[in-house]
Design a protein around this ligand. Structure first.
Ligand code: AMP
Length: 308
């Protein structure tokens, strides 16, 4: 299927790349990494990346200005996005041909070509695999972006989705010229306010004897620590550092009163719970939406029931 994707890239002059809303380093790394690879190998093509510019991740990449008219006769590629409602920038339907490249469970099969590899650690790993397989060269910047995405989605090679292929691809990317130490430091550091939020999470985490744990971050708490919803990404892994915690939910109250639920697990599959509550994601890392405190209780009960 990689050859078919290459053929479509060769076919089109304008290529617009999308990814999911609320981007993380893998969403941006795969999106702009692919853009850089196409530009590097086909300098005459017009390649654009679209979506919201997340301020806390501006150091990863910036988006382009994309006009409606750019979609005329364009190829659209969406990376790292399992389902169409989560695609950032709804104009993805306006191109001439649509390709999905993703590593989440393929719950929503969309696109004229749909390439999904759930064994890949990250969408960035897939983009690098694609380039290597079809013989496209990488620029240093593409390598930096893809390495960033892989480190982001694997928790720096910690999570079980890290395979020998992931490590081989990371090793390949490490051969390019980018400031590896600065990047590693950047991805391992957080602001003082996030550090304080982290200690709030440790202080307020409720740990059930089963190993299910939860914490609620209200709008008031976010305001108190002066952190945005996006910045809570830096504390999602925190409860898992505690040895007695097996699976956990971080309920983040949104401005409209509903809750974004960030679910993580060491071994028990939790995306089934996410799917029951307006969400989805990976077996051990998913997200859901809850519309009341009662639903929060229900989600926590479902986490505990995993151990029944
Ligand atoms: P997050 O907690 O937002 O970092 O999300 C963890 C994983 O779950 C990511 O792979 C997301 O793409 C996925 N995910 C998060 N929220 C949703 C949602 N509402 N629907 C589907 N997948 C989601």
């Amino acid at each position: 299927m990689f050859q078919e994707i290459l053929a479509q890239i060769q076919n089109y002059h304008t290529i617009i790349i999308h990814r999911h809303m609320k981007p993380d380093p893998d969403a941006l790394g795969s999106q702009v990494g692919l853009k850089e690879i196409i530009k590097h190998n086909f300098p005459d093509k017009r390649v654009l990346a679209t979506g919201y510019n997340e301020p806390s991740l501006s150091w990863v990449a910036q988006m382009d200005e994309v006009a409606d008219s750019d979609y005329k006769d364009a190829l659209v590629i969406v990376t790292d996005t399992a389902n169409t409602p989560r695609i950032d920038d709804k104009r993805y339907t306006k191109g001439a041909f649509l390709i999905k490249m993703d590593h989440h469970p393929n719950d929503d099969v969309y696109g004229d070509i749909c390439y999904v590899d759930t064994t890949a650690s990250s969408a960035s790993e897939i983009i690098c695999d694609f380039a290597q397989t079809v013989g496209l060269g990488l620029s240093d910047e593409a390598a930096r972006l893809l390495y960033t995405g892989i480190v982001g989605d694997t928790g720096r090679f910690l999570y079980p989705a890290t395979t020998c292929k992931t490590l081989a691809i990371a090793s390949f990317l490490r051969q390019f010229q980018f400031d590896f130490a600065a990047l590693s430091r950047r991805m391992d550091s957080f602001s003082l306010k996030v550090a304080k939020l982290q200690s709030y999470v440790f202080d307020h985490l409720e740990i059930d004897p089963t190993g299910a744990a939860r914490v609620l971050l209200t709008q008031e708490t976010l305001k108190h620590f002066d952190v945005t919803d996006a910045e809570t990404a830096a504390i999602v892994g925190v409860p898992g550092k505690i040895d007695s915690v097996e699976t956990w939910a971080i309920f983040v109250e949104q401005a409209d009163g509903h809750y974004r639920v960030r679910l993580r697990s060491k071994e028990k599959v939790i995306n089934t719970i996410a799917k029951r509550h307006d969400g989805g994601g990976h077996p051990l890392a998913s997200g859901a939406n809850s519309y009341s405190l009662a639903e929060n209780e229900q989600i926590f009960q479902e986490l505990k029931d995993l151990f029944a």
